[in-house]
Design a protein around this ligand. Structure first.
Ligand code: SF4
Ligand code: SF4
Length: 380
């Protein structure tokens, strides 16, 4: 139908019925991980704590997001350094769900009230003990696992290991150990020309083959989120449309708002330095739809993986095909896409629809409806 007076309705601010507010409650961190993305553009440490109030946040939500289910991820920097503000937000939004993204090292010190409100905790590691300590500092892996054991009785939500998968030295055994200690394991592929040479791709492929084999081997759920998500997307593809409007499953193009400590809003927490991506401001009480969208120069439309991938990481695609950073395309985006296509082909080899049809009902339910999909990127 032609719009009245040719005036088109404004694009909705967020697609769908849910919106995730990812609050960077501080940009301070107690670790110095060698690859931290907030190091780009001097973002890390630049804003010590949230300078807007929980009341201003409520005003923002009421003005722009009424009628949507709003849920929160507490992010940083290291958000456990600012639990005071997080608790104010939790009390201000008593019916909302909360997720925490943390390096895990301070979890033994945070208040019980804070822990008890969390639906999920994403805890960052980089693989096994040697690899994690190499990136994060000696003793960090053990400290994190000790903390997970300590807080588990106080947490009603799920505990998820978040593996930034840089290293070709990470093994199936490393993932197995994490799957024993956590409820879920999420991994995200990470590539870099200098520190992680091309042969790391072939070594990751070997582990992916083993992970997928292990996933399809038994009746119990092997809770590796990107494998679960790939199976879900292939067997029940409509789920992608429900959670991220058919767009990238980290939600940056559809229903994720990252709020900096000063209240400025950006679509991607890794691109807070890119002022052209400014999307809104909690203090000034405005927001628009995400500027980080698929672009005709991105190759996803012709890609065999698009039906389950949906554009994976928009940062990688944007830098490679919109900004046209050739080194990034060659050394980061293309190797990651190769790994995603490989993961999809490995899943296909195991005939996922037939497997799903014969899986016990609780496993099927976890594949289709696991809440953890709303708290991480789904695809690696
Ligand atoms: S694998 Fe790469 S090119 Fe293919 S759909 Fe995913 S992001 Fe796009
Ligand atoms: S997956 Fe990529 S685009 Fe999405 S939030 Fe992470 S860095 Fe940003």
């Amino acid at each position: 139908m032609t719009p009245v007076n040719n005036v088109r309705p404004a694009a909705p601010i967020v697609a769908g019925n849910r919106v995730e507010l990812q609050l960077l409650t501080t940009l301070k961190c107690n670790l110095r991980c060698s690859y931290c993305s907030l190091g780009v553009g001097e973002v890390l440490g630049s804003q010590k704590r949230a300078s807007y109030s929980a009341a201003q946040l409520e005003q923002f939500v009421t003005t722009h997001l009424s009628g949507k289910e709003t849920y929160f991820t507490l992010y940083g920097g290291e958000p456990t350094l600012n639990t005071r503000f997080a608790l104010e937000v939790m009390r201000r939004f008593p019916t909302c769900r909360f997720n925490l993204q943390t390096n895990g090292t301070l979890l033994d010190r945070v208040p019980d009230e804070f822990l008890s409100r969390l639906s999920n905790i994403m805890i960052s590691v980089d693989g096994g003990e040697g690899v994690t300590d190499g990136f994060r500092g000696k003793g960090i892996y053990r400290k994190v696992l000790d903390n997970v054991a300590k807080i588990r009785p106080k947490v009603a939500g799920s505990l998820t290991a978040r593996v930034t998968w840089w290293s070709g030295d990470t093994t199936l055994g490393d993932f197995d150990e994490l799957a024993r200690r956590f409820d879920y394991v999420y991994f995200q592929f990470a590539q870099d020309e200098a520190a992680h040479p091309p042969q790391s791709v072939s070594r990751k492929k070997r582990v992916l083959t083993q992970l997928v084999e292990r996933f399809f081997a038994g009746d119990a759920l092997y809770p590796i989120v990107p494998v679960m998500g790939t199976v879900r997307n292939k067997v029940v593809p409509a789920r992608i449309n429900e959670i991220s409007a058919g767009l990238t499953q980290c939600r940056v193009s559809s229903n994720l708002l990252n709020v900096m400590p000063d209240g400025k809003i950006f679509p991607c927490p890794d691109m807070l330095y890119a002022r052209e991506l400014l999307q809104g401001d909690v203090v000034e009480n405005w927001v628009k739809s995400s500027p980080l969208q698929p672009h005709p120069d991105m190759p996803c439309g012709d890609c065999e993986a698009h039906h389950f991938c949906r554009g994976n990481c928009m940062k990688n695609l944007h830098l490679a095909y919109v900004i046209k950073n050739e080194a990034w395309r060659k050394h980061v985006t293309e190797p990651v896409c190769e790994l995603i296509r490989f993961l999809g082909a490995e899943v296909d080899r195991h005939r996922p629809a037939k497997w799903f049809a014969g899986a016990p009902l609780p496993v099927r339910r976890a594949i289709t409806d696991a809440e953890v999909y709303e708290f991480c990127e789904v695809m690696p």
